[in-house]
Unconditional design. Structure first.
Length: 327
């Protein structure tokens, strides 16, 4: 049965979603996921490197949990094997908008990545985080990775997830829920939306980006949706987020990262780095002074705040994924 907090979060998300807008998505806040009693079982998929007919780029549909689910697929040139990225959209957005905004499908494919951009279930504005009510999106995304491994030549041990806002929350939640399947995760404007699980996980690389002037998912934590009014304001005031830097410290503790340093990357960008993490993994937080609820790069979305135009999050994410130690 859903908890009172789960119901509160659902109401908050639905209320926030009433202000539909073009990309990128808006976002709100889930309760932190609780740990699974044991890692989810994973059936070994058939190798797509020997598939007689491989998946083609474009729009695809698969069934999971009694629902038809949709995803966009971008495939690089060459026989493979190729690494895989799941690119997760934010609340009240969709796969097409995320693909255009993050540019991972285009840029990633040119750099040799298979990029799948899945869509939240029909009628839902966002993902169902682990241990909350709704379609089993953890199971869906696991099944999607298996589907890609059966239908394409995937490089074993090189599977990644990236996301914007609520999609960042889902991506980081998968670190614990998939218990070692993901090699690295990228979180844009959403690292503090879920907390690390209170149990050890295999080494994983994490790279995050967040603006200090984000008024939807505040950098300094506290109540979200700073510009909300009325009933939505009352709901948002019941939610308290950790500061982003505290969230990063929590992931550092979970992943065994030490030797924290901070340095200037550009005029308004600070990088918080940990020199040593278990298994050769990396943890890095890019803080954009004055940045809004936006994806750093060439695309401006003025109503969500300032975009860091001199920082290309897409390129930095791919660079991070390139260097992450394989499973």
């Amino acid at each position: 049965m859903p908890t009172r907090m789960t119901l509160l979060m659902a109401a908050l998300l639905m209320a926030a979603g009433c202000t539909a807008a073009p990309p990128p998505p808006s976002s709100t806040l889930p309760p932190p996921p609780s740990p699974s009693p044991s890692p989810p079982a994973r059936a070994a998929p058939t190798s797509g490197c020997q598939a007689a007919r491989r998946l083609e780029p474009g729009t695809h549909r698969i069934r999971h949990g009694g629902l038809e689910r949709r995803f966009l697929l971008s495939v690089p040139d060459g026989p493979g094997p190729h690494p895989v990225i799941l690119d997760l959209h934010g609340l009240n957005s969709d796969a097409a908008r995320q693909s255009a905004y993050s540019r991972l499908a285009d840029t990633g494919a040119r750099r040799g990545y298979i990029v799948a951009t899945p869509q939240a279930a029909e009628g839902r504005m966002g993902w169902t985080l682990p241990h909350t009510a709704g379609p089993d999106d953890t199971g869906f995304l696991t099944a999607l990775l298996d589907h890609l491994e059966r239908g394409l030549c995937v490089r074993s041990g090189r599977e990644f997830a990236a996301g914007m806002s609520y999609g960042a929350a889902m991506a980081t939640a998968l670190i614990c829920e998939l218990n070692g399947r993901l090699t690295a995760v990228a979180a844009v404007a959403g690292l503090n939306l879920v907390r690390p699980c209170p149990r050890a996980v295999p080494p994983v690389t994490v790279v995050a980006f967040h603006g200090t002037a984000d008024r939807i998912v505040p950098y300094r934590g506290g109540h979200p949706l700073r510009d909300a009014t009325g009933g939505l304001r009352e709901l948002a005031d019941l939610v308290v987020l950790d500061p982003v830097e505290q969230a990063a410290d929590g992931w550092a503790a979970l992943l065994g990262c030490t030797g924290r340093t901070t340095a200037a990357q550009a005029r308004k960008v600070r990088v918080r780095d940990w020199k040593t993490c278990r298994g050769g993994a990396t943890l890095r937080l890019y803080t954009i002074d004055g940045g809004g609820h936006t994806w750093p790069g060439p695309i401006d979305v003025p109503w969500l705040g300032t975009t860091a135009r001199d920082l290309d999050a897409t390129a930095l994410i791919l660079d991070t994924f390139d260097r992450a130690p394989a499973r």
